[in-house]
Design a protein around this ligand. Sequence first.
Ligand code: PHE
Length: 456
Amino acid sequence: MASSETQRHSLHGQWSSRLAFILALSGSAVGLGNIWKFPYIAGVNGGGAFVLVYLVCVFGIGLPIMISEILIGRRGRRNPVSTMAFLGEEEAGNKHWGLVGLLGVMASFLILSYYSVVAGWAVAYIFEAGSGALIKIDAQSAVRKFESLTGSWVISGLWHTFFMILTIFVVARGVKLGLERAVRILMPALVALLFLLLGYSMIEGNFAEAFVFMFAPKFSELTAEGVLSALGHAFFTLSVGMGAVMAYGAYLSNEASIIKTSIAVVTIDTAIAILAGLVIFPIVFAHGLDPAEGPGLIFQTIPIAFGQLPGGRIVSTMFFLLLAFAAWTSGIALMESPVAWLMETTGLERWKTAIFVGIAIWLIGFLSVLSFNKFSDVELLWGTFFQSFDYLTANIMLPLGGLAIAIFTGWTMCANSTSDEVDPSVGRIYRMWRVSVKFIVPVAVFLIFLNAVGII
Ligand code: PHE
């Protein structure tokens, strides 16, 4: 429990309850990462062994870092940059910890810039589905439909613009207003729909092959790069390593249990990703599609499945609507920390800051829009702009940020400060968490990096 010394208040108010916080944090965690990215990178990396490493990373590395971030955020009660600088000073006389927050703010900009483009595709598919264009669609036409969307920079640019406007709108009004209420309905609806789809995939798809693909580890398929992307995706899907969780933690009441909340959010997030995989792969195998298809995977498989289903038009429209909503609640979380940071440092009003940050991200986003058409030949270090932003943020910036956050709570903060924030009824888990952030997380992240660059 927090001591009286930590009774600080956030400028931006507080969540109305612990449940509201769990929902907001799950809203941030559950998004394109679970439904779009997880199946496609599991496919690209050969399935089972990748999924296993991903699960180990989520629970062994991501969960402890999520606990650290909420703890830091709630103790500092400022935006991530100022919180890290302030606590660094308070705990160790070192303000430079603020740089970790700054790395996170940069990651937010880059991630949201390409995230919004993919979210825009999801919005476009709401209309495709709603108009009946996906009814009885076959595999080939589904691929062509996706390519004609991404191939046009004007059309995908417009959807990207639309998604950014929606995101700016909520962040400008303050995250709590509207967001809390929205996630309360949307999250359960998304889960219900995924179960419905699971039923379809089990009956109509090649469920057995999909199950083996996802859960029978073939370690020969796993490369060092694959291990790094499993680690990177664990950070990405939980929204950790960049201060987004810290920003939300700053609005959490002192009474809520950080550990229990984190376990709940991580479990929800993982369950949804696995569910998405179990929906998508049976369709992939039943229709002879390639599991390693890449970023277009769900946009090509889901329409096929729904196209056959009675009532498919309504259900597929709902699916893409919920996917877009899941992306929206994540986009909001991505924008909150840069906006809170600029507001607190410049004194600008929230709505002005949100518009300013939003326009900057929107502009950067066009590099990703163009990566599928005019700039598709432009090769940076890790492929197109889109691929490079994804690689740089998920596989490098988030693990580095997470490493620093773990070291901060494990080594820089004194044990009294961390135990102050934790519910005493979970003493044993608290001690396990300490050991994780002190030793396990830093060593594991370090080794995975060395492995990926070929040193070990
Ligand atoms: N976790 C989100 C997803 O899986 C993405 C995200 C990353 C959101 C970082 C906020 C911060 O879609």
